[in-house]
Write a protein that binds this ligand. Structure first.
Ligand code: COA
Ligand code: AMP
Length: 629
């Protein structure tokens, strides 16, 4: 390990100089003189005296520097058959006008704007327009139901909502406007207005507080960039935690811009003018960072794809997009490749397209199983790079840094810690574990720039959720180990968060839905192995005594309730009625052993942990996981 080792060591031993140097990749209105502010530990802030505008860095500076005619965004919609290209100049013009429209709607610096939109360029325009005037956007993924949207509205208190009339799924048109209306009926907070972009496929009915996007922009004056402090919030992105209440991950302006510019060059090896395609959704962190901000901040060309990897029209959908737009690097979740492999195991569709531009495939968002890794390598013949990170960090924690020093790949490992991240594996009492031993993956504080400074409006929850268990460290929620070569292996979550087709979900929120059914006495939801989605949720319910209900009816009601209250993205389809749930003596449900039994295909779940046969089956796990039980 040559340059990686030098750069990594410097990032930890001299972070001040390291990050001030990296800050040179960004245009500042007032350049920072200090990198780290540690006056309010454990709430660290980066570039405390820096002033900048993120939208200026993503658009205006490229136009100023003579790159206005370069393509900034390619929108490719397999759902409509449309392709549109936007130069930096065109995108800037549209963003400045929409920023003016936001101002006319009364949106000021620091106000929140909830964006509930599918994969269309207007979602990017709305995000950048917020950044331009110092407003804070909060994008909500379209697969969430009204109740989840309402929970985010009630936490963020937006002064405005920006929505589209519909999203397009292969099997249906998803009408967004009724979802927004229902969310606003459920929420206590009420925004001043809802701006609605009407799509051709479905026109929404507008009510008294709704404003048509075109009408709002037709009368708006373009707005200039408002310089903000590096530490001011750029966005809030809600993610699933252990409980049903989503966590509002806050992202600042300065650290975010610096870390994304640094990572696109050093991790992904992408420079100005190169084509980068992240096949995810703007509603997730992967979309925020690598569809929108990193490519545009770096002057690259980003591809925004509306569609699925398969069936749109066939298993060659991804290869067609790579070929049509001469994509240099593709980033997606392993589940997308499992879907392609399932439909076209011999990759016959690949031969129909010229994918010679593709140099690297990056995969993240969930565990990359060795079989999928091997298939992708054999099929594409390019390096397939697993990397590990999460909504909270905003950019990779572990990666094989293709722009800095490519390293040999070890299947099952996202390679090494990225500069800035001081990674440790800790045992339950917080002691560092030697190489090869599995424990909690933690990052020594301070976290690097671009990571979450806190949770929206809730410093205490931030401290309690991430910093209290291992003082001096941030707990990632993942378990894993580091081998003797320094390669990191991520083995899975150590909490009740599950990952379904690369989508992060809380089993706690699904349990709350099941528990509310009048026939259910208690319940548990666990994530079980799935060959396509990696994990899917599976519910177990115990009926109230004396309740007579047809099991198929109950199942249908519970599945419908989860879909209605959390959303189709939960992919909740399996529920079993059981006599009891296995628990510790203190009454805690033993989810991990349940998961193991369910993964083995058993349909019955043992009722109590006192059952000697069950204890026998579970003893090894119990000893490792619950030393006291
Ligand atoms: N708006 C409304 N509904 C949505 C939605 C959206 N933005 N996104 C998904 N849904 C719905 C789907 O239509 C589906 O509904 P259904 O039950 O009526 O069929 C449900 O939510 C589950 O969607 P999904 O998890 O996407 O499953 P799928 O079977 O439609 O597709 C994959 C499976 C693997 C092809 C798909 O998940 C995929 O392409 N994943 C790529 C990975 C990715 O984007 N990860 C994000 C983080 S990197
Ligand atoms: P999200 O916040 O939605 O990005 O989900 C983050 C979680 O996804 C992590 O905490 C991990 O559990 C999982 N994850 C992401 N990338 C990987 C990876 N490369 N390998 C294993 N798990 C991953």
């Amino acid at each position: 390990m040559g340059s990686y080792s030098t750069v990594y060591q410097r990032s930890l031993s001299a972070p001040e100089g390291f990050w001030l140097d990296a800050a040179g990749m960004v245009d500042w209105d007032e350049a920072p003189t200090r990198a780290l502010d540690d006056t309010r530990v454990p709430f660290y802030r980066w570039f405390p005296d820096g002033v900048l505008n993120t939208c200026f860095n993503a658009l205006d500076r490229h136009v100023r520097d003579g790159h206005g005619e370069q393509t900034a965004l390619i929108w490719d919609s397999a759902m409509t058959g449309m392709v549109a290209r936007w130069t930096y100049r065109e995108l800037l013009e549209r963003v400045a006008v929409f920023a003016g429209a936001l101002r006319e709607q009364g949106v000021d610096k620091g106000d929140r704007v909830v964006i509930y939109m599918p994969m269309i360029p207007e979602a990017v325009i709305a995000m950048l327009a917020c950044a331009r005037i110092g407003a804070v956007h909060s994008v909500v993924f379209g697969g969430f139901a009204p109740k989840e949207l309402a929970a985010r509205i009630d936490d963020a208190h937006p002064s405005l909502i920006v929505a589209a009339s519909c999203g397009l799924e292969p099997n249906r048109v998803v009408e967004y406007k009724p979802i927004v209306d229902e969310a606003l009926r459920l929420s206590s907070h009420q925004p001043k207005a809802v701006v609605v972009l009407q799509r051709d496929r479905h026109q929404a009915e507008l009510g008294a507080r709704d404003v048509d996007w075109n009408a709002a922009t037709a009368r708006a004056e373009p707005a200039d960039c408002l310089p903000v402090r590096a530490t001011d919030p750029l966005y809030i992105l809600y993610t699933s935690g252990t409980t049903g209440r989503p966590k509002g991950v806050v992202r600042d302006n300065g650290g975010h811009a610096v870390s994304l510019c640094w990572s696109l060059a050093n991790v992904y090896g992408i420079g100005p003018g190169e084509v980068f395609w992240t096949a995810s959704d703007v509603g997730w962190v992967v979309g925020h960072s690598y569809i929108v901000y990193a490519p545009l901040l770096s002057g690259a060309t980003t591809v925004m794809y509306e569609g699925k990897p398969v069936g749109t029209p066939d298993a060659g959908a991804f290869w067609r997009v790579v070929a049509d737009h001469r994509v240099k690097a593709l980033f997606t979740a392993p589940t997308a490749f499992r879907a392609i492999k399932r439909m076209d195991p011999d990759a016959r569709k690949l031969a129909e397209h010229d994918t010679s531009s593709l140099q690297t495939l990056f995969l993240a968002g969930e565990r990359l199983d060795p079989e999928t890794h091997k298939w992708a390598v054999d099929t594409l013949g390019v390096p397939v790079i697993d990397h590990w990170w999460q909504t909270e960090t905003g950019w990779p924690v572990c990666a094989n840094l293709r722009g800095l020093e490519p390293m040999p790949v070890k299947a099952g490992s996202p390679t090494v810690p990225v500069p800035g991240y001081d990674l440790a594996v800790l045992d339950t009492s917080g002691r560092p574990l030697p190489p090869g031993q599995d424990g909690a993956l933690c990052i020594r504080l301070p976290l690097p720039p671009g990571t979450l400074p806190t949770l929206w409006g809730d410093d205490e929850r931030f401290r309690e959720s991430y910093l209290s268990q291992y003082p001096g460290y941030y707990a990632t929620g993942d378990n894993g180990y580091i081998d003797s070569d320094g390669y990191v292996f991520v083995m899975g979550r150590n909490d009740d968060v599950i990952n379904v087709a690369g989508h992060r979900l809380s089993t706690g929120s699904m349990e709350a839905v099941l528990a509310a059914h009048p026939a259910v006495a208690e319940c548990a939801v666990i994530g079980v192995y799935d060959t396509l989605k990696g994990q899917v949720p599976r519910g177990f319910v115990v009926l109230k005594s004396g309740v007579e209900i047809d099991r198929a009816t109950l199942r249908d009601e519970l599945v419908a309730a989860v879909r209605e209250q959390i959303g189709p993205v939960a992919a909740f389809r399996d529920v079993d009625v059981v006599d009891g749930l296995p628990k510790t003596r203190s009454g805690k449900i033993l989810r991990k052993p349940m998961r193991e039994i369910a993964d083995r295909g058993d349909t019955t779940v043992p009722s109590t942990i006192e059952d000697p046969e069950v204890l026998d089956r579970l003893r090894p796990t119990l000893r490792a996981d619950h030393p006291g039980s």
